[in-house]
Design a protein around this ligand. Structure first.
Ligand code: PLP
Length: 398
């Protein structure tokens, strides 16, 4: 029987979100590549390095040892302990197993936090530019995004005062991602601390996405959870994806008050069940094993950043602030695409892909109208090739 229109219309909450723009660009680039086009892909936010060998070996041992069954929905006790230990070593925190959950990647814990905490109409403060997923997961929970604009001239720096001005009686959560995807901006430790005190006084949750906390070009990694007594209002979202070049393994984690972890555990018990058992063993090795791959990758990202940003600034009409962390450049390309007769980053990114075979993510995905995001988590050779192509494309049309 042919389904009627009524049968195929999806639930309202699905219309409140769209497909992740970064995923879409990656899929478009992949399609072209499969058609034989030589695409330079700057869209993927993932390390080009292989997962370190000791981590791979741990997974192989897990398979051979038949560690291939269900685990508790919220992750193994062993991995929770490894997460807690590493966070303690790096930030001096002191979490209990009941305050920790293992999830299917960092995105999953962020999704689960918003599902567990945000009621319809609750406000969630999100600094701009933001990582694409925050807006959609808040919308999906029925919450209202309250955006806080940052100034590109100030390197997209956020201050506690900027966030404070956006707080209302309906504010439930503040999301901070430092270093930021896409801008690479880092919230100064002192501002983070100020923000924590403002939020804690009002009983607002401070959700800290620590995805890129190890990729910092000066100073040392910081966690707001290291503030004594902060455990009751700070929600840590972490992942092994970028730190250990493990994007495909899908292991993330949350550190948060017990009732929130309990709520997420309930949700996972009816949705994903446990993250993959084998990947959990690999993540234990990542967190407890040698850590030298992390500074090695960081040194490589620094070299690339120091090449990419000056190179972007040579392209007519492009300006770019220097990222302080993560592995993205977020150039302002408005003057460049306007001189080529284009009106939006979306149009620019689309034509770059079709006509110059370079994939970048348009700024609209991150809440700004002038930029594109370039991931430099790719080889120097690819960076040189791709940036040459963008330069020629702008020169040819401009
Ligand atoms: C800011 C930020 N948070 C979280 C994630 C989620 O990482 P994953 O789900 O791959 O662990 C990403 C991935 O790109 C990210 O950029």
């Amino acid at each position: 029987m042919t389904p009627t229109l009524k049968q195929v219309i999806t639930a309202d909450r699905i219309s409140s979100i769209s497909v992740s723009s970064t995923m879409k660009v990656m899929a478009d680039a992949d399609k072209l590549r499969r058609e034989g086009v030589d695409v330079v892909d700057f869209s993927a936010g993932e390390p080009d390095f292989p997962t370190p060998d000791n981590i791979k070996q741990a997974a192989i041992r897990a398979i051979e040892g038949n560690f291939t069954k269900y685990t508790p929905a919220g992750g193994t006790a062993e991995l929770k302990q490894a997460v807690i230990e590493r966070h303690k070593i790096e930030f001096g925190t002191d979490y209990k197993a009941s305050e920790c959950i293992i999830t299917v990647g960092g995105k999953h814990v962020l999704f689960n936090y918003t599902q567990a905490l945000v009621n319809p109409g609750d406000e969630v403060i999100i600094p701009v530019p933001y990582w694409v997923t925050y807006k959609d997961i808040v919308n999906y929970a029925g919450g209202k995004c309250v955006f806080v604009e940052t100034d590109e001239k100030e390197g997209f720096l956020l201050t506690a005062a900027m966030v404070e001005r956006a707080i209302t009686p309906r504010t439930r959560v503040i999301i901070i991602n430092s270093p930021s995807n896409p801008s690479g901006a880092v919230l100064a430790d002192a501002e983070f601390e100020k923000l924590y005190h403002i939020a804690a006084k009002l009983g607002i949750f401070l959700l800290t996405d620590e995805c890129y906390s190890h990729f910092l070009y000066s100073g040392s990694p910081y966690s707001v959870a290291s503030i004594p007594g902060s455990k009751s209002t700070v929600l840590v979202a972490g992942t092994v994806s970028k730190t250990y070049a493990m994007t495909g393994w899908r292991i993330g984690y949350g550190l948060a008050p017990e009732p929130i972890i309990g709520a997420i555990n309930k949700l996972q018990s009816h949705s994903t069940s446990n993250p993959t058992s084998i990947a959990q063993k690999a993540a234990v090795e990542a967190l407890r094993g040698p850590q030298d791959s992390v500074p090695q990758m960081l040194a490589e990202y620094r070299k690339r950043r120091d090449f990419v940003v000056p190179r972007l600034r040579q392209i007519p009409g492009v300006t770019c602030s220097m990222p302080a962390g993560a592995f993205y450049a977020y150039p302002n390309a408005r003057a460049a695409f306007e001189r080529c007769g284009m009106k939006t980053p979306l149009e620019f990114a689309d034509r770059l892909l079709k006509e110059a075979s370079v994939a970048v993510v348009p700024g609209e995905a991150f809440g700004t109208d002038d930029h594109v995001r370039i991931s430099y988590a790719t080889s120097m050779k690819e960076l040189e090739r791709g940036l040459d192509r963008i330069h020629k494309f702008v020169e040819k049309l401009g």
